[in-house]
Ligand binder design. Structure first.
Ligand SMILES: C[S@@+](CC[C@H](N)C(=O)[O-])C[C@H]1O[C@@H](n2cnc3c(N)ncnc32)[C@H](O)[C@@H]1O
Length: 214
């Protein structure tokens, strides 16, 4: 499967999983939450905030407390529907494929959780170039993701074990999605080469938190 078909398959997977996402993912997210929240609440996230791949709004709730406004982009209308249920007054939503995204305005802070591991290497630079366009001068990008420590929770894909895993839904359907475990030092170096200065720490086993400035 090419990376292109994998990214189609992963959006299809998240669209189909939206209604069951929280019951399966929240226990996993919560392990790293206290450490991640300490960083999220450190004061960098403020003003007008852009959240990418916002999903069911798990992190949106915390961003909305720190921000004046939050603009959420996600490729799945079903995920957006779930996130709207939080009823947060300062949050708005747009359906957007992040592999075909050119920001038309800028924000003070950009945040994404558990998204970068779904970005194939060949899309990495273009994605960060779009992120760069979305950040105001003096702004910041923060993200949460997994490290290799979390690999044991996944079923590695038989054909492309380095870049893909297999996921199943409650109804038994299976999907192949991109999942690339990048370590803090490797990410900081790669982003440094693209002109970002990042502080990236494994704040809990398997969870990294990054603060990056252009
Ligand atoms: C692992 S979930 C993360 C959701 C949320 N940030 C969280 O941490 O709970 C990945 C999210 O990426 C979205 N997504 C998948 N492919 C996408 C694409 N091509 N463009 C935009 N969003 C996409 C999915 O709909 C899903 O909401």
């Amino acid at each position: 499967m090419t990376a292109h078909s994998l990214i189609d398959s992963q959006l299809g997977y998240y669209r189909a999983r939206a209604a069951e996402y929280d019951s399966t993912f929240v226990p996993y997210q919560e392990a790293g939450l206290p450490a991640a929240l300490e960083r999220l609440r450190a004061g960098n996230i403020r003003g007008e905030v852009l959240e990418l791949a916002s999903g069911t709004g798990y992190w949106t709730r915390f961003l909305s407390e720190a921000a004046d406004t939050v603009t959420c982009l996600d490729g799945s209308p079903e995920m957006i529907e779930e996130a709207r249920r939080h009823g947060l007054a300062n949050v708005s939503f747009q359906q957007q494929d992040l592999f075909d995204w050119t920001p038309e305005r800028q924000w003070d802070s950009v945040f994404f959780a558990h998204w970068l591991a779904h970005v194939p290497d060949e899309n990495f630079d273009a994605f960060w170039s779009s992120v760069r366009k979305a950040v105001r001068p003096g702004g910041v990008v923060e993200f949460v993701d997994v490290t290799g420590e979390a690999r044991r929770l996944e079923q590695q894909d038989a054909q492309q074990p380095e870049i893909a895993v297999q996921r199943s839904l409650e109804d038994g359907r299976t999907f192949r999605i991109v999942k690339i475990f990048r370590e803090p030092a490797e990410l900081a170096e790669r982003l440094g080469a693209l002109g970002w200065t990042c502080e990236i720490d494994e704040v809990h086993p398997g969870f990294l938190y990054a603060t990056c400035r252009p």
